[in-house]
Design a protein around this ligand. Structure first.
Ligand code: XLS
Ligand code: NI
Ligand code: NI
Length: 431
């Protein structure tokens, strides 16, 4: 035991509690025939909680964690504290980047040895913990070698470095029984078109993803490969802009049946969408994989990665997840960080506990909305005309026969209400 969280006991579920506890998240509560824990599949993100120093564009480190520093002993201490927090929160999953868990070496080989040693250490910790790996990923955006991209870099040697990095991370994800492998292309984009061969870079990205998928099959990794869309930041323009863009990209490279999406609330907002839009679209395309749960500050226009605290928003997100049949390999990863003034260890616990409660409330509201059924009934009614034999026939016919219907059948279609306010009132009965 470290003494970082002092004598903090695992949080209990107490609906009336006024101290640090879960008031809504009850892992064993059954909703739609499934335990709440198995619906939500919470994960802690190693990078925000244990690796991020608390900097912003105007100031550097504010957190003073005893494990900060680039040594193996400190990396092990960080892992010890992480697993203590997983136990306090009773979370079933965690996620990492290679750079979060190991010190950077002076050569690739040294970084690899550090990484492999820490992976063994994590494997040991997982033997006495319930917490599994939701996904692993490679950080190919922080080190200066990646400043012009990873797979899309103008320098082919960086492409090779990226291949070595992803291979290592995918091997480690498989070793730890990870349920997914994520690729977020933070610098797979450009700063200026003036120095960018857009066509070539997209081809490199497509080829890279094909190689990753081939390798996944070669080693028999059973998890899902997930791409995480984001429109910009840190690059001015990111190629994996949003779900629709990534789907077009996957089709172009023949990967639409191989790769799914990891959708993040804040990235959806940055792309000018709502979270539920991105989820609904991915679900309609059959590529909904997992979610990164967080929220942006709506005034700042940055990816502020705050913990979620808006039940109506979260409810509409889980409504889409539940309608899609729920998570299979995916889950709810808190890709969220403390505010940089939240210095105390207890702030880390409170942030996650509050977010887990918000998600539980959202999930319960979503399940009630589905159970009530009015929303889906009204949606079906809106399209009921399409069930008529004439409409079914029209869709398999040609433009001329569809056109002929207007005069042949003397059609005179009348506008009907979209009933938006009534639908919103229904939602408000549950959130
Ligand atoms: C950054 C991304 C990142 C990914 C993993 O905006 O959300 O944290 O989830 O590389
Ligand atoms: Ni993000
Ligand atoms: Ni993310």
């Amino acid at each position: 035991m470290t003494d970082f969280f002092k004598d903090q006991q695992p949080l209990r579920f107490d609906p009336q509690g006024t101290d640090l506890c879960f008031r809504h998240y009850n892992p064993d509560e059954i909703l739609m025939g499934k335990r709440m824990e198995d619906h939500l599949r919470f994960a802690v993100a190693y990078w925000h909680s244990f690796a991020w120093p608390g900097g912003d564009p105007f100031g550097s480190q504010t957190f003073d964690r005893p494990w900060f520093g680039e040594t193996m002993d400190l990396a092990r201490l960080k892992a010890d504290v992480a697993f203590e927090m997983f136990e306090i929160l009773n979370v079933p999953f965690f996620c990492w980047h290679d750079a979060d868990i190991r010190p950077e070496g002076s050569t690739f080989a040294e970084s690899r040895r550090n990484f492999e040693e820490i992976i063994d250490y994590l494997q040991g910790k997982m033997e006495s913990s319930k917490t599994r790996l939701l996904w692993g990923t490679a950080n190919m955006f922080s080190h200066r070698r990646f400043m012009s991209g990873a797979a899309t870099n103008p320098d082919p040697e960086i492409f090779a470095w990226s291949a070595a990095t992803v291979k290592l991370c995918l091997d480690a994800t498989q070793k730890l029984g990870g349920q997914n492998y994520v690729l977020w292309g933070g610098r797979e984009g450009y700063e200026t078109l003036l120095n960018t061969d857009l066509k070539r870079e997209r081809q490199q990205a497509g080829r890279f993803l094909q190689m990753v998928v081939d390798y996944k099959h070669k080693i028999g990794f059973e998890g899902a490969i997930l791409v995480e869309p984001k429109p910009q930041e840190p690059s001015k323009h990111q190629y994996d802009y949003d779900v629709a863009t990534v789907y077009g990209f996957l089709k172009e490279f023949g990967l639409e049946n191989e790769v799914k999406m990891n959708i993040e609330q804040g990235h959806a907002i940055l792309a000018g969408h709502s979270f539920e839009h991105e989820l609904a679209l991915a679900s309609s395309l059959g590529i909904l994989g997992s979610i990164d749960m967080n929220r942006n500050d709506y005034q700042s226009g940055w990816d502020t990665d705050q913990f979620p605290n808006n039940v109506p928003e979260v409810a509409l997100a889980y409504y889409e997840v539940l309608k899609a049949g729920g998570f299979t390999t995916g889950g709810t990863n808190f890709d969220a960080k403390l505010r940089r003034q939240s210095l105390d260890p207890v702030d880390l616990i409170a942030a996650h506990a509050g977010a887990m409660d918000i998600c539980a409330r959202g999930l319960k509201a979503a399940a009630s909305m589905l159970d009530d059924g009015s929303l889906e009934t009204m949606r079906e009614e809106r399209y009921a005309g399409w069930n008529s034999p004439a409409a079914v026939k029209m869709l398999s016919g040609d433009l001329e026969s569809a056109a002929a219907r207007i005069e042949d059948e003397s059609l005179d279609p009348q506008p009907r209400s979209g009933r938006q306010e009534i639908l919103e009132n229904i939602v408000n009965r549950f959130v």
